[in-house]
Structures are given as structure tokens and as C-alpha cells.
Write a protein that binds this ligand. Structure first.
Ligand code: 5GP
Ligand code: ZN
Length: 115
């Protein structure tokens, strides 16, 4: 855990969140400022900042994040209508929180990817 990391504090329960899923490696909670009718963040429990700091030992974890996101989308009724998984990395992507996270967005027709 990184003491200064907002998402580590959500993992530990020191900061509140509306949690929708947790297992031994990842958790998911509702985004506090949703950009779409469905906007969920899926994060590793362990503090990992960017994809660029991950290595082969993280391949299973990152795959698990994506599959978990798909299962959550199914549970929330947007698997068939469609959804988007996004990882923002670095300034041009507007990354705000330096704890790796995958956004699930859906529940309406989304704009062009990358806009
Ligand atoms: P980023 O731009 O880093 O990819 O996305 C960070 C996301 O975290 C944003 O969509 C923002 O709304 C969300 N967020 C920031 N602080 C909090 C918080 O304290 N709780 C929750 N649930 N979401 C947060
Ligand atoms: Zn963290």
C-alpha cells in the first residue's frame, strides 16, 4: 500500500467507495464523477502505478482486470449493449490517479474512442 494513494485508501477502506466487486487480486467500485450511465473502475488491490511499471509478472493480473471488467459489465446489464474498457496513462490521457485502473463505461452510445 502507498500511504499517499487515493485508490490504496479505497482498497483498505480508509476512503469510502461504492464497491461492486472484490476478490483476492482486484476490486471494482463506482466512479465518483460518472462520465456515462455506467462508469465503474476496476483496480488491482496491490499498488501499481502505470502499465510502464508493470512487467511479465503482472500479465495474469492485467488479464484478470479485463475479464473481471467483462463479468461486471454482464452483471450490470451492459455486456450485450456494449461497453468500453479504458486505461488512461499519462498526461495526454488525463490520468489523475497514479494507481493502475481500468474504466468500464457504458449504458449509452459512446463517442469515438480516443476523443
Ligand atoms: P483517470 O483520469 O486517472 O484515469 O481516472 C480517475 C477516475 O477516478 C476519474 O474518473 C475520477 O472521477 C475517479 N475518482 C477520483 N477520485 C475518486 C474517489 O475518491 N472515489 C471514486 N469512486 N472515484 C474517484
Ligand atoms: Zn495505490
Amino acid at each position: 500500500m502507498d500511504q499517499d494513494c487515493l485508490f490504496c485508501k479505497i482498497v483498505s477502506g480508509d476512503n469510502p467507495s461504492t464497491e461492486v466487486f472484490r476478490d483476492d487480486r482486484v476490486m471494482a467500485f463506482l466512479d465518483i464523477n460518472p462520465a456515462a450511465p455506467q462508469h465503474i473502475l476496476v483496480i488491482p488491490l496491490a499498488h501499481l502505478t502505470f502499465l510502464s511499471t508493470a512487467d511479465e509478472s503482472h500479465e495474469g493480473l492485467i488479464g484478470h482486470l479485463a475479464l473481471t471488467a467483462d463479468r461486471i459489465a454482464a452483471e450490470r446489464g451492459i455486456q450485450d449493449s456494449g461497453f468500453r474498457l479504458t486505461i488512461n496513462q499519462g498526461p495526454d490521457a488525463g490520468q489523475e490517479v497514479d494507481h493502475l485502473h481500468m474504466h468500464i463505461t457504458g449504458g449509452r452510445r459512446l463517442g469515438r474512442a480516443g476523443a
